[in-house]
Design a protein around this ligand. Structure first.
Ligand SMILES: [Zn+2]
Length: 321
């Protein structure tokens, strides 16, 4: 039997799943912590693959990594949470060890591919996927193809400017969407407002989190509600821009912040409607805005889909030659 090995490399965990030729139920699933003292992350990843390498004939190894991939040089451009992975030649290093096609993709992009192939976006040809958690990432499918850009840097949807004089983003720029609408940004805003003397039941908490803010907002805390309203409102403005550019037939919004319901989505819909140049972007085809379906497995299933798309194309090319 031939199998595909899929991996999802996160800041805290490396997850691995072995999938059969068809279907999305893994034969084997494993997870290990990403960072362990004195062992390179690459070695941990490679050793994890080693544990399943001999189970069957491996058609491909496909990996989701937390950073953009340059399709020209086939390097990981930067993986924020992984030390030493700046312009890292992951593909080349694994190819030296394993004689099977190695495919590497950005995790948010692959989550979009996963939802498109096996989740909420099945049957759509134009799809916009966004995840709003500690950061904001996304992926775009246009005419059945993942948008990568010239150097794999496209679809950084959290890093567009929505407030020219706004807070500093994790990337260092000012006023990006991620610096206003992510979970980290919601917590940060509350801390700042408390420091300025605003009243809140959260005042006694030393370290703010979006989760604490959610509970406070549900209890009617004005500052917490304001933080979510601000996040949702600016997110809606950005989303209008994305609809203008990509004109998707479905929008999938996931991540922890998206689970805060009306607190986030009511202001989002308000500003989205206000900012759209024409309601046709949403209404003409009843474009749904829906949650993802694959949960924590989106990265693994995206990596699986990436491998199957590659293998199908290789087979097609072989047949037509
Ligand atoms: Zn940024």
């Amino acid at each position: 039997m031939s199998v595909i090995i899929a991996l999802d490399l996160g800041g805290t965990q490396i997850r691995l799943a072995v999938y059969p030729k068809d279907g999305i139920d893994p034969i084997i699933i494993k997870k290990i912590p990403t960072i362990v003292e004195n062992i390179e992350v690459f070695d941990r990843l490679s050793d994890l693959i080693e544990t399943v390498w001999s189970v069957d004939s491996v058609d491909a190894i496909s990996i989701a990594v937390p950073g953009p991939i340059d399709p020209v040089t086939d390097t990981v451009v930067a993986a924020g949470n992984i030390p030493g992975w700046d312009r890292f030649p992951l593909n080349k290093k694994l190819s030296q060890k394993y004689s099977t096609p190695i495919l590497v993709g950005n995790d948010a992009n692959l989550a979009a591919v996963g939802e498109w192939s096996y989740g909420a976006g099945r049957g759509h040809h134009h799809l916009l996927y966004l995840t709003v958690s500690t950061g904001i990432g996304g992926g775009v499918i246009i005419a059945d193809k993942l948008l990568e850009g010239a150097r794999g840097l496209a679809a950084e949807l959290g890093h567009i400017t929505v407030m020219s004089d706004g807070p500093i983003c994790s990337c260092g720029a000012k006023g990006h969407l991620e610096a206003i609408s992510s979970g980290t940004a919601i917590a940060q805003y509350i801390s700042e407002q408390i420091a300025l003397g605003h009243n809140s039941e959260l005042s006694m908490n030393q370290k703010q989190t979006a989760k604490l803010a959610y509970t406070a907002a549900r209890n009617g805390d004005k500052l917490a509600i304001e933080a979510f309203t601000r996040a949702g409102y600016y997110f809606g403005q950005a989303l209008a821009g994305f609809l203008h550019i990509f004109n998707p037939s479905i929008v999938i919004i996931g991540g922890g912040v998206s689970q805060s319901g009306d607190l986030f989505f009511s202001p989002m819909y308000k500003s989205l409607r206000e900012s759209l140049m024409d309601s046709a972007y949403l209404d003409l085809d009843n474009v749904p805005i829906v949650p993802p379906q694959l949960g924590d497995d989106a990265g693994l299933l995206g990596a699986l889909a990436q491998a199957r798309i590659y293998l199908e194309k290789r087979e097609y090319d072989r047949l037509v030659k």
